[in-house]
Design a protein around this ligand. Structure first.
Ligand code: NAG
Ligand code: NAG
Ligand code: NAG
Ligand code: NAG
Ligand code: NAG
Ligand code: NAG
Ligand code: NAG
Ligand code: NAG
Length: 636
């Protein structure tokens, strides 16, 4: 009996202690003392952004540990709706989309978590992270507003996402201290407070007060005006060239009290194809960082680890012209795309060490990379020889958009037969083309139309009865600004001379279609075609190799002399390559994509424009141990 009583007392005490500890776990804003309170004590975060969807899950622990080793006490990530619900009501939380595992990994390495669930995120991702099928279901939908047809899908998505986050909030025992409402909403023209307050209430209905809700906007009154939301902590974002004192003064115009927060302190900047690689000076980063930290501000480095937009996931900007983003999201960040610490990393760490206690973790160093090659690439077939018999086609009087045909990404080949007697040459014209088209008449390359270059007419040599193929590439949906709701593909009629061409067969080539073609390469129906310049057709190349019997390393695929295309390694999408315009010339290859000795690896290139060899059967590719993402570009 006594024994029982003792056990009972211990048991009771244990419960008591636990409930006291649970009571103690709180993360709130102290508006009186202009700071955060964590478990009732003064707290500020020095965080870094890393997007789980841009880093392979095998590397999350490594990258997060390196962030912790830099002295950061939190990691910030967007949640990308599109990667979790690529098709309506088909959810994916596995592998690279396992956000719960990512958050738990952060907690394991001692980082708190700041979640930015949008649902719009920008992040230089296709359609700013929104699923393309919103535009299919209702092309008139006004994205990022209280338009009921949009809100309906946001609810359905949040009903799936938010219950996964609730147990992970700080007060509930997890690492999530903050949750963002929308993203830089003040930069969007809609200024729809009904929408942002709906988001606030909806998120709150799940998480209650278990984490702090916040908004982020640019450091100008015009942004804060429409971006701030009642009863949500307003924060701002700005880079090292901006003055913290005047920037935070602008925040104070809109919010008298509470902690000062720079939610996106830019360590670098985004890139566009054909424009120079962005770089930001470390000295400047440190100088401005010190000013902010001396003001007791909380800071989140955007980004601390940039990663990669694998597959067709990168988006585009539109600033007077269409500007697609490359595959690398290195961002000139403190940790490179391959997770290597830079001088910027060490200097930031030294500075943080003056404000927070650095953890007892070994100082990371750059990892060794694989140098390998040449890999001999053999032409397997032209895409035209396998496409039409191995893909779903549909025929319409006038051209249809990607969205209308439920084509998420990649390409659509628009094919018709010319039924008129055209002039020679005859002018082919497409008023609205998104984004780039290779034009073929009877499998002879005629030229390229390009939204980037604002080229929408092309003289072609065709005759009555000729087959016309317009091979249209979606180079990434727009991520920012008023044009986010635009569609992809041929969006107008196509004319030849004065005649509108009709009866178009549409053949989609999504990432999945490509993977199907490559993985079933041996059982494909091949329809041989004749072309006088076979090297000017979109061709698929394959190279097999076995790595040396040694430790696996990351590497970079060098496709320097190739022109433009898409690379796959063992059924992993490495992403788009386009060394012809730069600035990116190599593609990052995480070691987890490679098969170790003695297993065979298969590298596939879909070269759209021109392989670096005359008869296309002795081309080579290399794995190099240094990235090239800062090459010469046409524009400065
Ligand atoms: C960075 O800025 C500092 C101070 O303005 C300057 O001395 C230094 O040369 C710059 N570094 C680079 C690489 O431009
Ligand atoms: C920063 O916080 C410390 C400790 O609370 C305080 O003594 C100091 O005055 C604060 N500095 C500023 C600029 O607010
Ligand atoms: C290949 O062609 C044959 C005969 O036309 C057809 O039965 C088969 O389904 C085709 N295979 C594929 C993968 O389309
Ligand atoms: C064609 O469409 C059907 C039904 O939508 C689908 O199951 C099949 O996978 C598609 N085939 C290809 C090659 O895309
Ligand atoms: C395309 O042309 C047809 C007539 O051939 C016309 O009815 C239709 O409105 C045109 N569509 C566009 C988008 O211009
Ligand atoms: C095309 O139409 C324009 C105006 O409708 C006319 O002036 C021109 O002669 C036509 N060109 C051809 C090649 O038919
Ligand atoms: C191409 O890929 C297959 C695997 O799908 C592989 O067995 C073959 O050896 C590769 N290389 C060449 C040159 O065909
Ligand atoms: C290739 O990857 C896709 C997912 O992207 C998967 O559905 C498919 O089963 C994989 N194929 C092989 C042969 O591993």
């Amino acid at each position: 009996m006594v024994k029982f009583l003792i056990y009972f007392c211990i048991f009771y005490l244990a419960i008591k202690i636990e409930s006291i500890q649970t009571l103690k776990r709180s993360f709130v804003v102290d508006y009186e003392n202009d700071c955060f309170l964590k478990d009732g004590e003064y707290f500020r975060f020095i965080a870094g952004s890393m997007h789980y969807f841009r880093v392979q899950p095998e590397q999350w622990f490594d990258r997060l540990t390196k962030m912790r080793a830099a002295g950061l006490n939190a990691v910030s990530t967007y949640v990308e709706w599109n990667s979790h619900e690529p098709e309506e009501q088909q959810f994916d939380f596995s592998g690279i989309n396992d956000i719960v595992r990512f958050i738990e990994t952060a907690q394991d390495v001692g980082l708190l978590v700041i979640i930015r669930p949008g649902p719009y995120i920008n992040a230089e991702r296709d359609l700013g992270g929104l699923p393309y099928w919103l535009l299919r279901n209702n092309p008139e939908m006004t994205l990022r507003t209280s338009d009921p047809s949009y809100i309906r899908y946001v609810r359905l998505w949040f009903d799936v996402l938010l219950p996964k986050l609730v147990p992970l909030t700080y007060a509930n025992g997890g690492p999530i201290i903050m949750i963002q409402i929308e993203n830089e909403y003040g930069s969007y023209q809609a200024c729809d407070f009904a929408y942002t307050s709906f988001l606030r209430d909806y998120v709150k209905s799940f998480v209650g007060d278990s984490a702090v809700l916040f908004t982020t906007d640019g450091n100008a009154d015009k942004y804060l005006m429409c971006g701030k939301v009642d009863r949500v902590l307003a924060t701002i974002d700005f880079g090292p060239k901006q003055d913290p004192t005047s920037s935070f003064a602008i925040l104070r115009n809109h919010r008298k009290h509470g902690p000062l927060v720079n939610s996106e302190y830019y360590t670098g900047w985004l890139d566009h194809w054909a424009e120079p690689h962005s770089k930001v000076n470390t000295t400047l980063i440190i100088t401005t960082l010190v000013k902010m930290l001396n003001m007791n501000a909380s800071v989140n480095f955007y980004v601390f680890e940039g990663g990669t937009s694998f597959g067709f996931t990168s988006g585009a900007n539109y600033n007077y012209k269409y500007q697609p983003s490359p595959t690398s999201y290195d961002y000139d960040a403190p940790l490179t795309e391959a997770g290597d610490p830079t001088k910027k990393y060490y200097q930031i760490r030294n500075t943080i060490g003056k404000y927070l206690t650095l953890p007892e973790l070994p100082l990371p160093t750059p990892s060794k990379k694989l140098l390998f090659g040449p890999i001999h690439m053999k032409k397997l077939f032209s895409l035209f020889e396998v496409l039409f018999s191995n893909s779903n086609t549909s025929t319409w009087l006038n051209p249809k958009s990607f969205e209308r045909l439920s084509v998420q990404n990649g390409f659509i080949v628009y094919t018709t037969v010319i039924k008129i007697h055209p002039s020679d040459p005859a002018v082919l014209k497409i008023n609205h083309l998104h984004d780039r088209a290779l034009v073929f008449v009877d499998y002879e390359y005629q030229g390229t139309l390009s939204r980037m270059e604002e080229i929408n007419i092309l003289p072609i040599n065709a005759k009555h009865g000729s087959r016309l193929d317009i091979f249209v590439e979606n180079q990434g949906r727009i991520t920012y600004g008023p044009l986010i709701n635009e569609q992809k593909g041929i969006l107008s009629n196509v004319t030849l001379g004065n005649t509108t061409l009709h009866s178009w067969t549409h053949t989609p080539i999504t990432e999945n279609v490509l993977k199907n073609i490559l993985m079933n390469e041996r059982s494909l129906n091949i329809t041989k075609i004749d072309s006088s310049r076979p090297n000017k057709l979109p061709n698929i190349f394959n190279g097999s190799f076995v790595l040396p019997n040694e430790e696996m390393k990351d590497t970079f695929l060098s496709v320097n002399n190739w022109r433009k295309g898409f690379a796959f390694l063992n059924n992993h999408s490495l992403g788009r390559y386009w060394p012809a315009v730069g600035p990116q010339e190599t593609l990052y290859v995480p070691s987890s994509f490679l098969n170790p000795y003695p297993h065979v690896n298969d590298l596939y290139l879909l070269e759209l424009e021109h392989a670096p060899c005359y008869n296309a059967d002795d081309c080579v590719a290399f794995f190099v141990d240094k990235p090239s993402i800062d090459a010469q570009t046409p524009y400065s």
